[in-house]
Each structure stands twice: as structure tokens, then as C-alpha cells.
Design a protein around this ligand. Sequence first.
Ligand SMILES: [Ca+2]
Length: 73
Amino acid sequence: MMIIDKDNSGYISVEEFKDACQLIGQHLTGDAVDICKSMDMNKDGLVDLNEFLETFRLVESQHSIDIDTDDED
Ligand SMILES: [Ca+2]
């Protein structure tokens, strides 16, 4: 399932990419380098499309599910 590719065109449009980056930016704080490191799941120093999609999937699941964090005891 392509989450970013909302219209299932097979391509990520500029608007879709913008939405994805904004959503990721809301959840991954820090500068671009930190965000890239967070996305680089196999730590090969490169963020491939699968890693980008996986990051977005995680972010979107966090975004849609109202997480009940227990910060306090
Ligand atoms: Ca990687």
C-alpha cells in the first residue's frame, strides 16, 4: 500500500511529497541530518524509498492513533 501516493498514480507528486515531509517533520524533530539518520533504518548512510515509506508509515500510524503516553507514573 502506498500511503504517500494517495491517488495511487504510481508516482509521488510534489503535493504528496510535501504532505509527507510535513507529517514526518511534526514527529521527527531536529535538523535535516538528524531526520535522515532517524529514517536510515539499516544504517547504510542512505535513505532509500523503502526507508522513506516505512518512516512515513510509522509517523502516520502515530498520527492517526491517539497515543496515550504515560509520561507520569
Ligand atoms: Ca538505509
